[in-house]
Design a protein around this ligand. Structure first.
Ligand code: NI
Length: 174
């Protein structure tokens, strides 16, 4: 496995709409290796999610989650996702992005969502997610449409560098 270069904000690949993966493509060594490399890259950068476009692959694929009890989300591979909100409840909370290093901001997201996608074997999966995992899935799915978390913020008042986040914002609810 190897650690991939992460595209940073400003790279055009982050603003493209990524193409769906053909089911026959998913089992190829190239895609299987890419998935393993994306997990390794995400762990190396201590992220909770990483989407294809963030490693210069404009395809509808992301990995998310960490295999640790306190990580809040188990590892998943999501391909060609379709997500729909369940209900109308929206919650604002902090997000960061490996493509926008050392910046945090509060982003409104649907609290509960339904996900239909393919897994790394090309098998259709359907599930629901709520709270933190639902937020991560929405953030990563946005990457597949060329959308960054700034685009979802309703106000930039909470936009902060990591150092100022630690100094002024940690633990604050609003
Ligand atoms: Ni991101």
């Amino acid at each position: 496995m190897s650690i991939l270069k992460v595209a940073r904000m400003g790279h055009p690949v982050l603003r493209e709409r990524a193409r769906p993966l053909e089911p026959s493509e998913i089992s190829t060594p190239r895609i299987q290796r890419l998935i393993d490399d994306m997990f390794e890259t995400m762990h190396d950068s201590q992220g909770i999610g990483l989407a294809g476009p963030q490693v210069h692959e404009s395809i509808r694929l992301f990995v998310a989650g960490v295999d640790e009890e306190d990580a809040g989300m188990s590892p998943v591979v999501i391909i060609n996702p379709e997500i729909t909100p369940i209900g109308t409840e929206v919650e604002e909370d902090w997000e960061g992005c490996l493509s926008i290093p050392d910046v945090r901001g509060r982003v409104p997201r649907a609290v509960e969502i339904r996900i239909r996608a393919l897994d790394r074997h090309g098998t259709p999966i359907a599930m629901t997610a709520s709270g933190y995992p639902a937020r991560v899935v929405q953030h990563e799915t946005d990457h597949l449409d060329g959308v960054l978390f700034f685009d979802r913020m309703t106000s930039f008042d909470s936009l902060t560098f990591l150092e100022e986040y630690s100094r002024y914002w940690t633990g604050k609810e609003t």
